[in-house]
Design a protein around this ligand. Structure first.
Ligand code: NAD
Length: 332
């Protein structure tokens, strides 16, 4: 995956991936959709995210363990699989830890292309962990952001992000508070990790016209925004049944109005109406984005040699003679 990202170039990859995700959002009706299948433990979650467009099937296995960081482990790790529906045979098995960061950022930027103020050039990023640089680069490449203002409760995380972003032509400012980070920003990205109802943004921090890209609140009992921010914003989601369980809107009653992004990208709903509107993308990550990412990777891999042909499935010469294949293998 790393060699593929370098071969394509990370900013070009983020632009292409955001286009592929937008294409699949336009084909929304074709897909099987289900909220992800989550296995919750006290402070973490392990999830399966399946979908299919009738021709290709995909799933991702992903965990979310905010406490991992204290043990020197990652919060989010993932792998995923693509299969052909016509045969059921798997055709691609790949790491998706990096790919999840890329697809999450590409989705956020694709959504912001429709919702954020067109003249926004400065973005605040609150939470400077694993996702932060990907978000910064996607917003640069897709939305034309030129300046990022960073804040994390851990100054080492902010220093890491500033260092990593220093060669990408972005102006990067490390801030000492979230209030300082949002100063003058037209877009605010929150990507903190804490399995609790946290309040990263309060109502008094949000001025008219802001676009909020809320990435970190993505599981039951884990949110980043104060209830009052949601009351003032127009909220956009991926797949409503999943977001009601996992997103910022889990704080709101079930009838709280939201707009699914596929409707905006296909012209069936309005995104940004006016310059004073506060828009909120309540991102939780949906299976179709992983499907898009896997489909994109498969297309890019062809002819590169950046993959291995693995024996993922048993392959008897005579399809019904599975046992005979096993017996003959003793002599090999
Ligand atoms: P990470 O653990 O690498 O980084 C999280 C950072 O947040 C840490 O640096 C931590 O110090 C900081 N933080 C925690 N509380 C904070 C606070 N109150 N104010 C400022 N900073 C704070 O995690 P990550 O991989 O970057 O993921 C961030 C979040 O995004 C996680 O909750 C993850 O589950 C979520 N996520 C969502 C999607 C999606 O599609 N919506 C995809 C991937 C990850």
């Amino acid at each position: 995956m790393m060699r593929l990202v370098h071969a394509v170039g990370i900013e070009r990859l983020l632009v292409e991936l955001s286009d592929v995700i937008e294409d699949d959002f336009r084909r929304w009706d074709l897909f099987d959709k289900t909220p992800r299948i989550a296995s919750h433990s006290k402070e973490a979650v392990i999830e399966l995210m399946p979908t299919s467009d009738g021709e290709i099937y995909s799933f991702k296995y992903v965990n979310g363990h905010p406490k991992n960081m204290a043990q020197g482990l990652q919060t989010v790790t993932a792998f995923g699989l693509l299969a052909e529906v016509s045969t059921g045979y798997p055709v691609l098995l790949t790491e998706m830890t990096l790919l999840t960061a890329l697809r999450t950022a590409a989705t956020s930027a694709m959504v912001a292309r429709h919702l954020a103020p067109k003249d926004a050039r400065t973005m605040a990023i609150i939470g400077n962990g694993a996702q932060a640089e990907f978000q910064a680069l996607a917003f640069k490449a897709v939305c034309g952001i030129t300046h990022v203002q960073l804040y994390d409760i851990d100054p080492m995380a902010t220093a890491k992000t500033a260092r990593n972003l220093s060669h990408f032509g972005l102006k990067v400012t490390a801030c000492a508070s979230s209030q300082a980070a949002i100063e003058g920003a037209g877009i605010i990205t929150t990507c903190t990790a804490d399995k609790q109802f946290a309040t990263i943004l309060t109502d008094n921090m949000i001025g008219a016209g802001i676009h909020i890209n809320a990435v970190g609140g993505d599981c039951p009992g884990k949110t980043e925004l104060h209830y009052d921010v949601l009351s003032r914003a127009d909220t956009f989601v991926e797949y409503t049944p999943q977001t009601r369980i996992e997103g910022e809107i889990q704080q709101m009653p079930p009838e709280f109005p939201v707009t699914e992004m596929w409707k905006v990208v296909s012209g069936q709903a309005t995104g940004r109406r006016d310059a004073r509107q506060i828009t909120l993308f309540d991102s939780v990550g949906f299976a179709i984005e992983d499907f898009s990412a896997l489909r994109y990777v498969r297309g890019k891999l062809a002819g590169t040699g950046l993959y291995q042909d693995l024996d993922m499935i048993a392959d008897p010469d005579e399809p019904r003679d599975l046992f005979g294949m096993l017996q003959r293998s003793r002599k090999i």
